[in-house]
Each structure stands twice: as structure tokens, then as C-alpha cells.
Design a protein around this ligand. Structure first.
Ligand code: ATP
Length: 254
């Protein structure tokens, strides 16, 4: 297995507060890896660093052998890293299918003045392609309602599925999922686990931040534990679960 993502000594300071403290870790291509840790440990901050929403104060980021530290979020999506958000961020004015098409458009050729000349990538053709990718991704996440529904008419669970579909529509090699099971009952989170496995089996790499330990332990190949901005353990789900430093970090947070 080779590392798809590599974080080298990443530090993130907000004023005088250190949210990430010299974090180094790598994510193997084709794996499901999970990042766990008590509230405030720095998990979402790490996702924000990986996806370019915040620039690390120190350290570097490598993806597929390329140093991408300092790249813009849209460039990072085109490199092959896509994400959802803990607080769902769908466009309320767009329908479900249009929301997912936004993801597809990130990977498709941009259209402009040359469209009028009827070139191979004219706007209609790109739009049709985006729609067909979006439909395929909504199927993949087992979204059952109509694509012309608006997100605010849907449950939070369905809104989360749409965010995952939108991220997948950009054709990422690495999918970052921030608490996708939040608010789900056990049967919904089992179903989500099966969807995440299916995404991995289709050749994508998944990095998950999740508090639902049953889900994490059931689907992860590797688990890393973050506490107060530092990686305190990394290994298989069972080795991490039995690690005294991990148990102490969680107990200290109760
Ligand atoms: N923009 C910011 N400015 C200042 N402090 C921040 C900022 N973003 C995050 N923090 C702080 O960094 C710490 C880590 O926050 P983060 O959201 O990454 O934790 P988390 O592990 O994702 O927590 P949770 O499990 O509760 O979502 C917290 O103390 C938070 O208040």
C-alpha cells in the first residue's frame, strides 16, 4: 500500500491557541481511515487544513506525491480531494440534483464563449454529462426521493447523503467525511457504513471523522486518535481501542 495523503508536522495556531500540534500521519490509498478524538481535539481543523480552508501555520501536505501546501480549496478539489461538512452546507435555492451537479461541474470542462461555436464541450452537453454523473452519485448514496426536491424539504440524514453525493460527483480519489453519521439511528448508520464500504470498493480512499464508535470500529482499516491537537495513537481499530493513552484521553473528557 502507498500513502495517498501525507501530513508532515502540521501545526495550526489560532492566535495564541494551538489547535494542531506537529501532526504527522499518512493515509493509505484504497483504505477507510478514521480520525477520532474527544470534542475540541482538532479533527475538523485538520479537515479544514487538508481541504485548504485554512492554511497551516507550519508543516506541509502531500497528495499522491505532490506537495500541495498553500493551494486554494478549488484547486485541491481538482487535485482529487473532496469533503462534506459537519454542518450541512447545501445550496437552498438549488434542487437536490442541481446541488450534486455543482460537484460534477468541478471536474468537467468549463464552458464559455466558444460554446456558441458548438464545440465538443458546449454548455448543453456539459450540463447533460453533469446531470448523468449526479444521478449516478445519488444512486450510489441510495437517495430515494426525487432529484427536483429542494434540500430544505428533506431530513438531515438525506441532506447528508446529498452532500456525500456532491463530493463524489467531483470524482475525488480521497473523500473526507466529517461526522456523516451525526443524527442517524443505528439502522441509518449501518446503511451509511455499507455505502462508505461501497465507495472504498469502487477505488476511492475515505477519511472519516466520526463520534459513532460502532461505525468507526466496524468499517475502518486504520484509526488515528487526536487529543488536544496531537496524534496520540494510530493502528487497527482493536489496537487503538485497547490503548491506555486513548482510554485516558476519552475519560479525561467526560
Ligand atoms: N477559527 C478558529 N479560531 C479559533 N479557534 C478555533 C478555530 N477553529 C477551531 N478552533 C478551536 O480549535 C479547537 C479544535 O476545534 P475542532 O473543531 O477542530 O475540534 P473537533 O475535534 O473537530 O471537535 P468536535 O468533535 O467537537 O467537532 C477547539 O478548541 C476550537 O475552539
Amino acid at each position: 500500500m502507498t500513502a495517498l495523503l501525507e501530513l508532515r508536522s502540521v501545526t495550526q495556531r489560532f492566535g495564541g491557541f494551538t489547535a494542531l500540534d506537529d501532526v504527522s500521519c499518512s493515509i493509505e490509498a484504497g483504505s477507510i481511515s478514521s480520525l477520532i478524538g474527544p470534542n475540541g481535539a482538532g479533527k475538523t481543523t485538520l479537515f479544514n487544513v487538508i481541504s485548504g480552508l485554512v492554511m497551516p501555520s507550519a508543516g506541509s501536505l502531500g497528495f499522491n506525491g505532490t506537495d500541495y501546501t498553500g493551494r486554494r480549496p478549488d484547486e485541491i478539489v481538482r487535485l482529487g480531494i473532496a469533503r462534506n461538512f459537519q454542518q450541512v452546507r447545501l445550496f437552498p435555492a438549488l434542487s437536490v440534483i442541481e446541488n450534486v451537479m455543482v460537484g460534477a461541474h468541478l471536474r468537467l470542462p468549463r464552458t464559455g464563449l466558444l460554446d456558441f461555436m458548438g464545440g465538443p464541450f458546449n454548455a448543453d452537453r456539459v450540463d447533460r454529462l453533469a446531470r448523468s454523473i449526479a444521478t449516478e452519485m445519488l444512486d450510489l448514496v441510495e437517495f430515494k426521493s426525487a432529484g427536483d426536491t429542494h434540500p430544505q424539504q428533506l431530513t438531515l440524514v438525506d441532506q447528508r447523503r446529498i452532500e456525500i453525493a456532491r463530493a463524489l460527483a467531483s470524482d475525488p480519489r480521497l473523500l473526507l467525511l466529517d461526522e456523516p453519521a451525526a443524527g442517524m439511528n443505528p439502522s441509518e448508520s449501518n446503511q451509511l457504513g455499507a455505502i462508505i464500504r461501497k465507495i472504498r470498493d469502487l477505488g476511492r480512499t475515505v477519511l472519516l471523522v466520526e463520534h459513532n464508535m460502532r461505525l468507526v470500529m466496524a468499517i475502518s482499516d486504520h484509526v488515528s486518535v487526536l487529543s488536544a491537537g496531537k496524534v496520540i495513537a494510530t493502528g487497527t481499530p482493536s489496537s487503538v481501542q485497547a490503548d491506555p493513552a486513548v482510554i485516558a484521553a476519552y475519560l479525561g473528557n467526560v
